[in-house]
Design a protein around this ligand. Structure first.
Ligand SMILES: Cc1cc2nc3c(=O)[nH]c(=O)nc-3n(C[C@H](O)[C@H](O)[C@H](O)COP(=O)(O)OP(=O)(O)OC[C@H]3O[C@@H](n4cnc5c(N)ncnc54)[C@H](O)[C@@H]3O)c2cc1C
Length: 474
């Protein structure tokens, strides 16, 4: 019973080992927060850049914050919501979402997903909840690994079609492809299932999709303010020995820790951390996409909806890779200041595209201008353009050959732990949920406490699956 149904531990550790975490993005900071809240007293976060937050970045323009990196959060972000409350933050709900269909017509998101049949959609959600719980239980308990590997290594689109989920496939065009997580015929089902939880579907059905106010940067800055975070620490080399780990910065500074956590892309850390063969064998297989966001001021484009998505850019074998606009979000109304200006100022939009080496900054901007013009708008000013290393994935063959478990088996070996999107999936919620479980494993390994947090997630998603049924029966 203890493993499945225990509640998260709250206890004070008498004396703890020192932990050095490389990277102050959402993964590094949230793990530092969780460990510190659990009583680890000596946790230090080392960040290369001069700011915290990594791919969470709120850009201020005329007194209003615009999210050019992490944007949304939903019902399932329970830990993140608790932190937002702790730091006095509120939220802004995004309610109006328009889809431009391949045939040129427009529809609202709910109708696009359900195809007009609420009863069929409810049935899909209920069946999906059952499949998802099975997936989750297999993943968390690590049983029947060969079946798991075979089932989750197929493309997510194929996984959905085989089980007759046309509505959820349309939903995933928005939740996966449009969010930069890859094309449904390519991205392994592992990542589709990790992200499309029952609580995500429930949030979408209830239109509970929020942006934080005043912004994601505020969350991570508030968190960092009560942790030991060293900015401008560019890690040059790490020595791992039987008695500890020494981290050396490019400017020659040195710090010693009992344990190291790598929250930066693990395929890159070989540049400063001499990797063992088993580490290289797994991390060398990771592949990343590139996601691009452009912040523009535009005239004559949509003013009354929050987001517009473009189905034609999301379908087709390499549709997303052409750099066309996937989604645009009108980024206003969030605060009284923003709301008061909605009609008086030119609207600001964040535009999302996939990038790749063939697409220069200039060509991405040209496509933004062209696509907005096709919708009747005109770009008045480009406030900024950002290209992100995004959405790490193991290839399907690697998953089928057991690479998920090989990666997990590295945790704690050689006094080294790994976190971040490569270990879970590229959303803050995936990263934070993974960290709660990782903290359990670290407590277990370093202090001998029993691992028991799994129960919380199992119950949360089970409750969400049950609510899908209640919704179904209404
Ligand atoms: C455009 C975009 C939109 C997104 N939208 C959402 C969304 O709506 N909802 C959601 O939940 N998630 C969203 N995400 C994903 C979310 O931002 C990521 O899950 C999250 O940022 C991953 O956190 P991380 O800490 O693993 O990595 P990162 O954010 O990349 O942080 C890594 C940190 O490590 C630092 N670093 C790297 N190398 C070194 C080194 N050698 N030494 C020291 N420090 C180093 C980096 O500077 C960085 O600060 C979005 C991401 C992007 C790019």
């Amino acid at each position: 019973m203890g493993l499945l149904f225990g509640s998260p531990p709250t206890r004070t550790i008498a004396a703890g080992p020192s932990i050095g975490i490389v990277g102050a993005g959402p993964a590094g900071l949230s793990l530092a927060r969780i460990l510190t809240d659990r009583g680890f007293r000596d946790v230090t976060v080392l960040e290369r850049s001069e700011r915290v937050g990594g791919k969470s970045l709120t850009i201020q323009h005329e007194g209003v914050g615009h999210e050019v990196g992490t944007c949304y959060f939903t019902e399932g972000y329970t830990q993140v919501r608790a932190w937002m409350r702790r730091y006095g933050m509120t939220s802004h709900r995004l309610r109006r979402h328009v889809i431009h269909r391949v045939d040129g017509t427009t529809t609202d998101f709910g109708h696009f997903v359900s195809g007009g049949s609420r009863a069929r959609m409810c049935d899909e959600l209920w069946r999906y909840g059952q499949h998802w719980l099975r997936f989750f239980t297999m993943q968390e308990l690590g049983r029947d690994r060969a079946t798991f590997d075979a089932e989750v290594s197929v493309p997510f689109g194929e996984w959905l079609r085989e089980r007759n989920f046309p509505g959820i496939e349309r939903f995933a065009l928005r939740s996966m492809t449009a969010m930069g997580y890859g094309h449904l015929d390519q991205v392994p089902a592992l990542y589709g299932l990790r992200w499309n939880t029952p609580s995500l579907l429930l949030s979408a059905a209830a239109m509970h999709i929020d942006e934080p106010v005043p912004g994601w940067s505020h969350l991570w800055q508030s968190m960092a303010a009560t942790l030991d975070v060293r900015l401008g620490w560019d890690t040059a080399h790490v020595d791992r020995g039987p008695r500890g780990v020494e981290v050396i910065a490019k400017d020659g500074q040195r710090l010693r820790f009992d344990h190291l956590v790598v929250s930066t892309p693990p395929d890159e850390c070989g540049a400063w951390l001499p990797l063992a063969d088993d580490e290289r064998a797994v991390f060398g297989r990771l592949r990343w996409d590139q996601f691009a966001t452009t912040l523009v001021v535009a005239d004559g484009w949509f003013r009354h909806e929050d987001t517009h998505s473009f189905e034609a850019s999301l379908r087709g074998a390499d549709g997303p890779l052409l750099g066309n606009i996937l989604v645009a979000r009108r980024t206003a109304d969030k605060t009284p200041v923003a709301e008061a200006r909605t009609d008086a100022r030119k609207p600001v939009y964040v535009v999302y595209q996939y990038g790749n080496r063939q697409l220069s900054d200039t060509s991405l901007r040209e496509r933004v201008t062209r696509d907005i013009a096709r919708q009747g708008g005109k770009v008045a000013q480009v406030l900024g353009q950002f290209r992100w290393k995004h959405s790490p994935k193991l290839p399907r063959e690697a998953i089928a050959a057991g690479a998920v478990w090989d990666m997990e088996a590295l945790q704690g070996k050689r006094r080294t732990w790994y976190t971040g999107a490569s270990l879970s999936h590229e959303s803050v919620n995936n990263v934070v949920d993974y960290n709660v479980k990782l903290a359990d494993r670290m407590e277990h390994a370093l202090h001998g406490y029993a691992e028991q947090t799994l129960g919380k997630w199992w119950w949360q998603e089970r409750k969400a699956a049950e609510r899908l049924v209640t919704w179904h029966n209404k």
